[in-house]
Design a protein around this ligand. Structure first.
Ligand code: MGP
Length: 220
């Protein structure tokens, strides 16, 4: 397995993974019923995407769907099967999005939205990147933002030489209350100190920016 690739090639399709409980296995019932009985459903079905920076291809062509899952067990099967972000090559991304939403600005569910963006220092790749990403995944699949969880579209980790980035994408940058509440809860879940600020930027501003920074619509 190459260090830069998520270890999915030839592996089991995660949505197909079945757990065999020897006791339950003796009960005559069909496999689908057993599967539902054994696994813990998530509120949403999620899709994990991988972006590999191949300069000969377009941005969209470099984006690849890895797997979809809708149970706790299938999430861990997938998570344990792929590389941590800190092991990816520079230029690669993982994106976890609700099923049906593509991890791009152009998707109907994203185009009026934006992202809470956390930029990490180079040192944080070793100390924080993987645990922050896991916590971000758990926030998403665990619907950690209460009544505002519906606003969440997905999350992205960008592995970059200048500093890695983790972001949570939401669907409407005008929903001030929902967006700021998500940002505050996210900061708490990551255990960031109060004085460490994170900013929220609209995808419109990000995609049309001319300089290296995009203005923050909100900060928490
Ligand atoms: P990036 O991968 O989000 O950040 O965007 P990076 O590499 O840190 O670069 P920086 O500009 O933030 O410093 C890099 C480039 O990928 C963008 O300038 C776009 O050309 C392309 N890109 C990124 N995203 C998220 C999209 C998208 O949603 N749609 C399209 N069409 N291109 C995108």
């Amino acid at each position: 397995m190459a260090a830069a690739e998520p270890a999915t090639g030839g592996g089991p399709e995660v949505t197909e993974v079945k757990e065999i409980d020897p006791v339950i296995a003796e009960v005559p019932s069909d496999a689908v019923t057993q599967d539902r009985y054994l696994k813990h459903p998530l509120q949403n079905r999620w899709a994990l995407w991988y972006f590999k920076n191949d300069k000969t291809k377009s941005w969209t062509e470099n984006l690849r769907l890895i797997a979809k899952f809708d149970t706790v067990e299938d999430f861990w099967a997938l998570y344990n099967h792929i590389q941590q972000p800190s092991k990816l090559l520079f230029g690669c991304d993982y994106c976890l999005f609700k099923d049906g939403i593509k991890p791009m600005w152009e998707d109907d569910k994203n185009k009026k939205g934006g992202r809470w963006l956390m930029t990490l220092t180079k040192q944080q790749r070793h100390n924080d990147l993987d645990r922050y990403w896991l916590e971000t995944l758990l926030c998403l699949i665990g619907e950690a933002f209460d009544e505002h969880s519906d606003e969440v579209c997905g999350a992205v980790v960008n592995v970059r030489p200048k500093g890695d980035k983790i972001s949570i994408w939401t669907g409407n940058c005008q929903s001030r209350e929902a967006v700021t509440s998500i940002g505050q809860s996210y900061k708490e879940r990551l255990g960031l100190p109060m004085k460490a600020l994170i900013g929220y930027q609209s995808h419109d501003d990000t995609s049309s920016k001319s300089g290296s920074t995009t203005k923050n619509l909100y900060t928490v």
